[in-house]
Design a protein around this ligand. Structure first.
Ligand SMILES: CC(C)(COP(=O)(O)OP(=O)(O)OC[C@H]1O[C@@H](n2cnc3c(N)ncnc32)[C@H](O)[C@@H]1OP(=O)(O)O)[C@@H](O)C(=O)NCCC(=O)NCCS
Length: 180
């Protein structure tokens, strides 16, 4: 497990490179745009379920806004690299203002996958979500996306699965108390 797994802000070394986890801020708009541009077609499809092109200005505003109540996002960046590029992003968006379910989505840059970043982000995301009164994470996942399911399993227990068609399933997981 990465050090400080319960904390929003953490910095540690992944394969000799400093990686930092922190909440997203509006100033991340350009980094987010660059991160999407660098994403492989496969990862884009797994994240968005279509060949997502560049973010619009409105999308960048919405995706970098995080109040911790209606929506919340964490990023992993490389603080020692020029421009501190993003290497992973995870977010939840509450279904409705009073809802206790939130849609969760996450992506790790291709060269950074399978190094524990996804798990590190979703654990923090879930800890913050529980504090904000979220009881369930809902995710739309391409059927067979083992890594996406493993992340959900690391923070909750499966409650419901709905076939949305076109090879996409909606998975609902009840958040469990953090096993620290
Ligand atoms: C899903 C995703 C975010 C996981 O990120 P990650 O940083 O690689 O995750 P981790 O390194 O923490 O790995 C989490 C678990 O998934 C497993 N995993 C990661 N990539 C995998 C792959 N391609 N195939 C099978 N298992 C995989 C890891 O082995 C680990 O499981 P383990 O602890 O049992 O070994 C990443 O694969 C990704 O960005 N995919 C494209 C976008 C996407 O699918 N988003 C989900 C829909 S919103």
């Amino acid at each position: 497990m990465d050090p400080g797994a319960g904390e929003e802000f953490t910095e540690w070394s992944v394969a000799g490179t400093a990686v930092r986890i922190r909440p997203i801020v509006p100033d991340d708009a350009a980094r987010l745009a660059t991160g999407l541009a660098r994403l492989s077609p496969e990862a884009r499809f797994a994240r968005f379920h279509y060949a997502k092109g560049a973010f619009s200005a409105g999308e960048l505003r919405r995706l970098t806004w995080s109040d911790g109540v209606l929506q919340y996002a964490l990023v992993a960046d490389l603080p020692r690299e020029p421009g501190a590029p993003l290497v992973a992003v995870a977010r939840w968006v509450r279904d409705a203002p009073e809802a206790d379910t939130a849609e969760v989505a996450y992506v790790t840059g291709d060269g950074w996958q399978r190094r524990g970043l996804g798990r590190a982000l979703i654990r923090r995301l879930a800890a913050q979500a529980r504090c904000a009164g979220i009881a369930r994470f809902r995710a739309e996942v391409i059927v067979g996306n083992t890594a996406a399911v493993k992340l959900l399993e690391s923070v909750g227990a499966p409650e419901q699965e709905t076939d949305l068609g076109s090879g996409v399933a909606e998975l609902v997981y009840r958040l469990e108390p953090a096993a620290e």
